[in-house]
Design a protein around this ligand. Sequence first.
Ligand code: NDP
Length: 386
Amino acid sequence: MRSITILGATGSVGASTLDLIRRNRDEWRVVALTAKRHAGALAALAREFGAELAVVSDESALPELREALAGTGIEAASGEAALVEAAARPADLTVAAIVGCAGLAPTMAAIEQGGTIALANKEALVSAGAVMTAAVARHGATLLPVDSEHNAIFQCLAGNAIANVRSITLTASGGPLREWPYARLRTATPAQAIDHPNWRMGAKISVDSATMMNKGLEFIEAHHLFPVGLDALRIVIHPQSVIHSMVEYRDGSTLAQLGPSDMRVPIAACLAWPGRIDTPCAPLDLAAIGELTFQAPDEDRFPATRLAREAARQGGAAPIVLNAANEVAVAAFLAGQIAFTDISALVEQTLGRDPPPPPQSLDDVLAVDALARARTAEMLELVRVA
Ligand code: NDP
């Protein structure tokens, strides 16, 4: 029996992970489950899986959590420090599935235990980059990529030396607004932006998918996970989302990983790594799919991948600023405060401000994140008024 902690248990990745655990109950002992404020849903999961500890980061949700867990013997806690303490409890596998840079401190706490971390929380790696990869090396931790593209690359690299890689290609569905002309993009509503054609995901990553910032964040994530150099990283639009990414080797061979658009496939690969387990996903029926198509990204309509590439090249604090600005702008868009096209514009404007010094530590990363959020919030006021 292996032990598992799920940070962000009430979310989309959390639900897919727990669905697989439910099917293999005898093999897993649940240490901690966490959420932000959905105390009722968290308590129900903690009861079902017999967790030792349930944590809500939002302190106002603690009374509801305590009440829902009364008499079960399951510990209930709240706040940022409790979240970090939960992540630091020994577990064989920690699934990092909080959305946004809010997941950074708990993910770093899990890394510092030297365990195995299945990382979905791309914003944490984009922001902390070198600080996180250095901590992984220092503490002898293992990072397994959950993101379907990075999990695909991880699988395509198995048994091969990174020195033999010529290029890595991330595939992108292009999102629900892929065919929209620029003038119409300005009118896109939150409901239209999160209506992804292939994947059912949380609201924030769905908007990122529509702006293509998701692929931009993944570009930076790939840069840290697979050190082949920025010039060897490519992005191609592949609307069917069947090929999840590809690795080209120096001899001209390209290996691709294919599968259904269901996060349970890459999550299962992490849960079972280096083995394999069953998933309930329907087998891929290529004849029914018919054709796989590809096209180059259009960075005039969707500038986010250009912004991410430039931030990656600049390095230092730039990826933190890119991510923080995007989180603030996406939240404002979802709240109906700004237009869809304002998201990338705000990110670009925030990146244009004086660059903060390169971060050397987790505290530095969090300070730059806070500064960039404040700067984007200031500019948001101008966009809102205009
Ligand atoms: P969801 O919005 O569905 O879930 C987010 C989870 O994190 C919830 O449990 C939520 O709790 C918790 N949470 C949110 N904010 C905070 C906070 N400030 N502090 C602590 N906990 C918080 O997100 P997804 O599952 O879609 O995505 C999670 C991560 O995985 C993201 O980084 C995303 O980019 C990545 N990812 C997601 C994929 C997907 O298919 N969904 C695919 C690949 C990567 P509560 O319910 O209480 O709000």
